[in-house]
Design a protein around this ligand. Sequence first.
Ligand code: ADP
Length: 470
Amino acid sequence: MGRLVVVSNRVPTPTPGTPPAGGLAVALAGAMQERGGIWFGWSGRTLPATSAAQEEPEMVEQGRVTYALVDLTERDLNDYYAGFSNRMLWPLLHYRMDLADFTRVALAGYYRVNQLFARLLAPKVEPDDLIWVHDYHLIPMGGELRAKGLTNRLGFFLHIPFPPPDILTVLPNHADIVRGLAAYDVVGFQTPSDVENFETYIRREKVGHRLSDGRFVVHGRAIKVGAYPVGIETKAFTEAAEHAAKNPLVKRMKESLLGRQLIIGVDRLDYSKGIAERIQAYETFLTLDEEWRGRCTYLQVTPKSREDVPEYAAMEREVAELAGRVNGAHSDLDWTPIRYVNRTVGRNALAGLYRLARVGLVTPLRDGMNLVAKEYVAAQDPADPGVLLLSRFAGAAHELDIGALLTNPYDVDGTAGALARALEMPLDERVDRWRRMYDRISKFDVTDWRKAFIGALEEPERTTPKIAAV
Ligand code: ADP
């Protein structure tokens, strides 16, 4: 069995003795521990803009995993990461053509860093290693590695959406990006819709087609393309939620509610998450359903993110102003409708907060998957579960439509109505809906996801992904 080489923009820096944070990191590190491997990517450290590129990654060994860490110059980071990845690909792949900002300088930086990564990684790879590249920052990695003569099995997983061709073709170099995908043996998307969009693209642009055995031919290479919806560490999250009642933060939160129903939203501050539309929907709900005034509290926990990207600073102001205005207009002396908090909370406390909440508001305008939706479900008390109000535009809706109340976040009045329905839902319906969702996330967690993808990567002859049936 070959080793597993994982390539991602950011490598979770290994701290001896502490497990990596986050379900995904745990699942990937687990696979590398089992078979040996390398986790390659940016160290998180920045070199001055004038420095020369690094010639050798820093190699840190921990058990059977070697972390290969590359420092990037300020200029590279600016162009590749803040620029092309986060100001062009991120908005465009989230269907936000209006926010996409394309420059040749940023594009050049994107290819420069992908080439640097390939140059530093290639000498570390052994012939039977499996290589698994993650996410939109690194689409060209596969092609760059092939250019260095690597014939290894190469997989790519896109964590964010793959939009329809009319949107993707707004990207001036869309043809190169898709050619980059054709260098892999397996390309994984989050949902069947993303696969469909990819298929429509290659057909319309006349660069490929689907074979009768399910594989795709793209730019002359036969590759596997499938939906591999990412999961969470369901069991661990449920256990954390079961024990969280003792957590001081959760206790304080519960006491502060004074018996009011809790509605919770947990998202990075990002325009894809629909936070402003959600606050508007909550305000509409308070206006239409006056009997709920003073009887519910909406907690929105939102750490700031990507503060170096201008669009994020603008939306931070927008959301803060909106939350302030709604509170100013609707608060009473002893009741504040929205608690808007810009911070992160630890995983145990987070699990406890989800469990306290009668409604989980997960209403992104567009999301590849949305793990918060799955975490909310995992954290519920089976005897008295809350209701997941979920955007139909989250990848998670492909799996959780069996129990969530689905909503269109652009329809503020509709979301307000769904919120009232969620708060008033009888216990038996809540249990029934929750059980179906819980069943799904227990049967298919992050370890199953990782196994399904690696399985496809390992077996050249298998043509359909194990978990295509979502
Ligand atoms: P994205 O990857 O776009 O941020 P996801 O919903 O898929 O969206 O994943 C977000 C992850 O970050 C989840 O695991 C969630 O628990 C975590 N997270 C988001 N907000 C917070 C917060 N305020 N405190 C702690 N963890 C958070």
